[in-house]
Write a protein that binds this ligand. Structure first.
Ligand SMILES: [Fe+2]
Length: 327
């Protein structure tokens, strides 16, 4: 589970943990952990380029890093059977992710590039939102190169290599999802430099699909399986998102999603459920400008709201929900 932290310049503003869109902050602020990693890289003679990429420093991984990868990989691979969508498992197999060591990014790219044109690039951690969108718009997915510590298997404040790689990359080999991510990056980039309200709309879309998306599967618990990376890389949210009675599970609707606030410090109050990946493929072909114009300034829904027009898959019991804290 990735939790929040506060922006260094805007102390009342939470620093968005994965997409890096802490919306009012335009400076390339790094979290304390990322700053430490940057210093570590500088001290080690590693070069960070202007687009925040580095060459994956394979020689810097030690036995502890590989052991942590092995533990997390074994745990999630076992837990996800019957809970994650088949497209994710197919991607895991096609990428030939190793179970017992931190993967070589270049080895992954040899499978990924010819399949969908995507590649992964190593970064020191959080990067500014504009840089992030620029990478996505060019079919590059930034992957944090370092691994969490052994005492952080269940909780980590920001994305590490396991979250970014195991969680995100298997679906980038799926053509429909790959095109959705590319279209998302291009659209978000077009609005990133200007309107913070517009960027908020795209942040919600990313959050409720790429990070915390569910997909229909009538034969599975609560009629859903998992595909979002924030769930897939988390033992606790894997179980909660599919099996708990507490959260809402609501059919995906683009405008509804883009208007819905979310949680970065607890499990989600609401998960949005796509019918299949073709539904995201259809989103990828939309013209976003009129939609952004329509939705900018529209009031946002609370994370736990259920609306009359919602297609409700399951209505949550609200057990354990905190009263405030929506982003
Ligand atoms: Fe992520």
């Amino acid at each position: 589970m990735i939790k929040s932290q506060l922006c260094a310049l805007h102390a009342s503003k939470p620093l968005y943990t994965c997409i890096q869109s802490h919306l009012d902050c335009k400076n390339p602020i790094m979290s304390p952990a990322s700053t430490a990693k940057l210093k570590e890289q500088f001290d080690a003679g590693l070069t960070t380029r202007p687009d925040f990429t580095i060459d994956q420093p394979l020689s810097h991984y030690g036995e502890v890093d590989h052991a942590v990868w092995s533990q997390l990989f074994a745990r999630q691979a076992a837990l996800l059977k019957g809970r994650v969508c088949n497209e994710f498992l197919d991607g895991l197999a096609l990428l030939e992710l190793p179970a017992n060591r931190v993967p070589s990014f270049e080895a992954i790219n040899r499978q990924l590039r010819p399949a969908t044109g995507w590649e992964i690039v190593a970064v020191p951690g959080l990067v500014p939102e504009g840089v992030f969108f620029e990478h996505l718009a060019n079919r590059r997915f930034p992957v944090t190169w370092w691994m969490r510590r052994p005492d952080q298997l269940d909780y980590l404040q920001e994305p590490d290599c396991f979250h970014d790689l195991f969680g995100h990359v298997p679906l980038l080999i799926n053509p429909h999802f790959a095109d959705y991510m590319h279209a998302y990056g291009r659209a978000a980039l077009a609005f990133a430099a200007g309107d913070a309200d517009a960027v908020a709309l795209f942040a919600r879309l990313y959050w409720y699909t790429v990070e915390f998306g569910l997909i229909r599967d009538a034969a599975s618990a609560n009629g859903v399986r998992i595909y979002g990376a924030g769930i897939v890389s988390s033992k606790g949210e894997t179980l909660y998102s599919q099996q708990s009675a507490a959260p809402n599970r609501i059919g995906f609707d683009l405008e509804r999603v883009m208007r819905t606030r979310y949680r970065i410090d607890t499990f989600q109050k609401t998960y949005f459920v796509i019918d299949d990946f073709e539904q995201l493929f259809d989103v990828a072909r939309l013209e976003f400008a009129p939609l952004v114009e329509k939705l900018t300034g529209a009031p946002a829904f609370a994370a736990g709201d259920v609306l009359d027009l919602d297609i409700v898959v399951t209505r949550g019991t609200r057990e354990g929900w905190l009263a405030d804290g929506d982003i």
